[in-house]
Design a protein around this ligand. Sequence first.
Ligand SMILES: CCCCC/C=C\C/C=C\C/C=C\C/C=C\CCCC(=O)SCCNC(=O)CCNC(=O)[C@H](O)C(C)(C)COP(=O)(O)OP(=O)(O)OC[C@H]1O[C@@H](n2cnc3c(N)ncnc32)[C@H](O)[C@@H]1OP(=O)(O)O
Length: 195
Amino acid sequence: MTLASPRTKNNHNCLFTERRILLCCAPYKESIGVEAAWRTRIRDGDRLCTECVPRGACKFGVSVLAFDDAAQHMRSTILCPAAYEGGPGVAHGGWVCAALDEVLGQTVMEYHARVVTANLSVDFRLPVPVGEALTGHAWIDALDGRKVRATGELRLAASDAVLARATGLFIIIDPAHYVRHADWLAQQKVTGGTA
Ligand SMILES: CCCCC/C=C\C/C=C\C/C=C\C/C=C\CCCC(=O)SCCNC(=O)CCNC(=O)[C@H](O)C(C)(C)COP(=O)(O)OP(=O)(O)OC[C@H]1O[C@@H](n2cnc3c(N)ncnc32)[C@H](O)[C@@H]1OP(=O)(O)O
């Protein structure tokens, strides 16, 4: 049984992809165990964050385009939505970080497993125009136990000029990650933060 569908060119038309992955994963998880399934790469660009699933598209405007398996390199198309304008005509730096987090995170999940970002370092080289075609590029640098390091760039599609560059440390998580968080949060509210 394969984990996901054949490779898609982008994820904007994948309205039900996350649900499909979950459905596809059910027998797969039974056969290999939930823990192992979470530690398996989530393939083929069919990943959306929880809040983006109903919309079927990344709210930051990132759309996975293609993977180069030999280089463990991911290419995406990106458009900064008007809502994330910072200075006149240019993107807020927070959006640049979010878009790069997404680009690197998608790549790590394609080639390794479910992760969260532990560290993201961003170089803002040039202002990033709102509403202009951009490309995202990211690749895996190293895997060390649960730690995956990756690098990525945001480029202007018209000229390939590098506008921003990020390096990230991603940590492979287990299925109980979000349960532990919910328990921790509840405990904080009970104890007022002494835990
Ligand atoms: C957005 C959520 C996505 C989640 C995935 C879910 C579903 C997938 C489906 C769709 C996803 C769609 C799109 C994906 C695209 C983008 C991805 C975006 C990802 C994010 O945007 S996600 C949100 C922001 N992110 C967090 O919310 C993390 C908060 N944080 C923690 O939850 C913990 O902090 C954790 C788990 C990181 C570690 O905690 P832990 O207890 O499991 O492990 P521990 O502390 O032992 O660290 C183990 C080893 O990492 C080293 N280490 C840890 N942190 C380090 C640091 N900062 N610098 C240097 N080294 C560090 C230690 O030194 C040790 O190293 P060593 O083994 O060598 O000793």
